[in-house]
Design a protein. Structure first.
Length: 420
């Protein structure tokens, strides 16, 4: 029987994996500039963490988690996102007690959601995310948003749209929630069963419903903008002022409701504006989650972060026709002619590699011509040819494949010559 990869997952093969590495390296470099430190948490956690952290009323918890019992009957879930785990570690490892605050963390790793696979939507996908814990300064909101934008800009994306909203503080949210209930309750029977549950659990999520989005009550629903209290409004204005200072364009969309329960104040999404990008245009989502740390059992600590998937970033690059500058060439391919040179080439490529050069040779006893072809396939910058005569003189002939220049040099000098 031939095995097949599970639905919604991918093999990332050589040739493609270099693009992933390029993006991951770029993300790490940017995090270094912004002073976010990497955190690595387990791929699975206790199910309850996500029920609490992500929220019972979310699609993720209700429909999308990979949950199973381990051999001792514990409920375990493959992480559907990174924020809950990061906050769990922050609380459990008492990172809040460390002298350097706020705590700025990032992660890159696989997440798992049982969703209907389609373009840009996988069951296993890789998120790059950051979480800044311990600051309730609007400058932090601007920093986090700018970090995400900086990654996209660095890899060459141009057609981006940043959408922001404020969900307000607890009081504003409460007032808005009551208005939403009053608005939807009389006719909730006309809505889907999910929305009927949302009415009591989290009526804000009704605004995000795909099934009922064309219902007339959606258009007239009370806007959060009318329920922000003075503090929340001032906070949101400061975030916008900072973004403007940073030269980052944005649109305020009062209907932006994120799919997770923990948000308050700033919420944002970055979308691709590229033509032909497909139905799912959200590249990145994030927001502020003051209160989550307490919910997970820690001291009152504000937080803000975002996550984006590498899969959707790559799709956006394809849609914009951006080629990443990934180098697929090698420094030197060693071609040999005769038995002694063939034996000597084993230590020769070893020496080149020890000198920090990417080097390759033939392992199949191929004829000269086929070896040159292989050198071509490897995109070698230099081809070094070692024959019996040369070896006797301790020399090797090197060809610069770009200029065509050919030279005979001492075997000992090969690495230095290529480096020079
Ligand atoms: P999220 O909006 O659920 O937020 O996901 C963030 C990003 O993950 C999406 O914008 C998308 O790029 C990617 N993503 C989500 N689901 C899939 C999928 N099935 N296939 C491919 N990519 C996907 C969160 O996860 C929050 N933890 C973000 C956050 C961090 N908020 C604060 N801190």
């Amino acid at each position: 029987m031939a095995f097949q990869i599970p639905r919604g997952t991918q093999d990332i093969l050589p040739g493609e994996v270099e693009r992933w590495q390029y993006i991951e390296n770029t993300a790490r470099e940017i995090c270094k500039l912004y002073q976010y430190k990497e955190i690595r948490t387990p791929v699975f956690e206790h199910t309850e963490l996500f029920q609490r952290g992500v929220g019972e009323s979310t699609d993720i918890v209700q429909k999308e988690m990979y949950t199973f019992q381990d051999r001792k009957g514990r409920n375990i879930t493959l992480r559907p996102e990174g924020t809950a785990s990061t906050v769990r570690a922050f609380v459990e490892k008492k990172l809040y007690a460390q002298p350097a605050q706020p705590t700025k963390l990032y992660y890159i790793g696989p997440m798992f959601r049982y969703e209907r696979p389609q373009t840009g939507r996988f069951r296993q996908f890789v998120q790059f995310g950051v979480e800044a814990l311990g600051s309730s300064n609007p400058a932090m909101d601007a920093e986090v948003i700018s970090l995400a934008m900086e990654l996209y800009r660095s890899v060459g994306l141009k057609k981006l749209k940043l959408i922001i909203n404020s969900l307000g503080d607890a009081d504003s949210r409460k007032a808005h929630k009551e208005a939403l209930i009053a608005h939807f309750e009389p006719r909730i029977g006309e809505f889907c069963s999910d929305c009927q549950k949302r009415l009591t659990q989290n009526p804000l999520r009704i605004l995000d419903c795909k099934t009922d989005r064309d219902h007339e009550l959606m258009k007239t629903a009370p806007s959060i903008m009318d329920y922000l209290n003075d503090e929340s409004r001032a906070y949101f204005e400061k975030v916008q002022a900072y973004l403007t200072d940073l030269g980052i364009d944005f649109t305020v969309d009062p209907n932006l409701v994120r799919g997770l329960d923990y948000y308050n104040h700033t919420a944002f999404e970055i979308m691709s504006d590229a033509e032909g990008f497909g139905a799912i245009t959200t590249l990145c989502g994030g927001g502020r989650y003051n209160g989550l740390v307490q919910e997970i059992g820690g001291p009152e600590t504000p937080g803000i972060g975002f996550a984006l998937s590498i899969e959707r970033l790559l799709a956006a690059l394809d849609a914009e026709g951006v080629e990443l500058p990934v180098d697929q060439s090698i420094d030197c391919f060693v071609v040999t002619l005769g038995d002694k040179p063939k034996d000597r080439s084993v230590s020769l490529v070893y020496e080149l590699r020890k000198a920090g050069l990417t080097a390759e040779k033939d392992y199949d006893d191929k004829k000269m011509k086929a070896q040159f072809k292989a050198a071509d396939r490897f995109n070698a910058r230099y081809v070094a040819v070692l024959g019996e005569d040369e070896l006797e003189k301790n020399m090797i002939s090197v060809k610069n494949m770009e200029s065509g220049e050919q030279k005979e040099i001492s075997l000992q000098d090969l690495a230095a010559y290529i480096k020079g």
